[in-house]
Design a binder for this molecule. Sequence first.
Ligand SMILES: Cc1cc2nc3c(=O)[nH]c(=O)nc-3n(C[C@H](O)[C@H](O)[C@H](O)COP(=O)(O)O)c2cc1C
Length: 198
Amino acid sequence: MAKINWKPGNMIYPLPAALISCGSSPEEYNLITVSWMGTICSDPPMCYISVRPGRHSHEIIKRNGEFVINLTTKAMAEVTDWCGVKSGRDHDKFKESGLTPLPGTIVKCPIIAESPISIECKVVEIKELGSHDMFIANVVNMVADDRFIDPQTGAMSLESAGLMAYSHGNYYEMGKKIGKFGWSVMKEKTRKRLKSEK
Ligand SMILES: Cc1cc2nc3c(=O)[nH]c(=O)nc-3n(C[C@H](O)[C@H](O)[C@H](O)COP(=O)(O)O)c2cc1C
């Protein structure tokens, strides 16, 4: 087997293909599909999205200093792609996609009713990196669909949400669970019990 050097590029996959909602009033509301995004700090909870300066959403997010990361599912795959190839300059993306805007709790941007999790963010810094500007943000609220909250424990379970992932130009539905955090170092007894519970 041989290893091949490849020219520098981005090959960190899979990633989410999230729908970012922005705008502070219905006339301004917009949606943009983003994959260049991630968590950057647990406490305080912080994340980033990277957006090209030419995008209609870039201007809106910069002006308002707010956006919402809405996780996407298999059922939302087609509209997620559509929002990633059409611009809000020419389309009312909420209206034309059929996605439902609901008011955010802390931010003025809408959240998407169809999304299982919406993460409300306030921008703290914009880093101009080259092709993309990185919007570094504090997470100020999370809205979860109660379908994914266990009524007994109150814990969130995203396993049944059908979250989608983006990898090298393609969309995927999340697959089979193969382990859990810390599982590699669990006592044999606990491991066996978890296996038998499956
Ligand atoms: C799967 C996918 C991921 C994308 N990721 C990004 C991204 O991370 N940053 C970005 O600026 N554009 C990204 N785009 C492109 C924008 O979503 C696209 O240019 C969109 O039409 C911009 O909309 P707007 O002009 O209404 O803001 C992505 C598109 C797709 C389909």
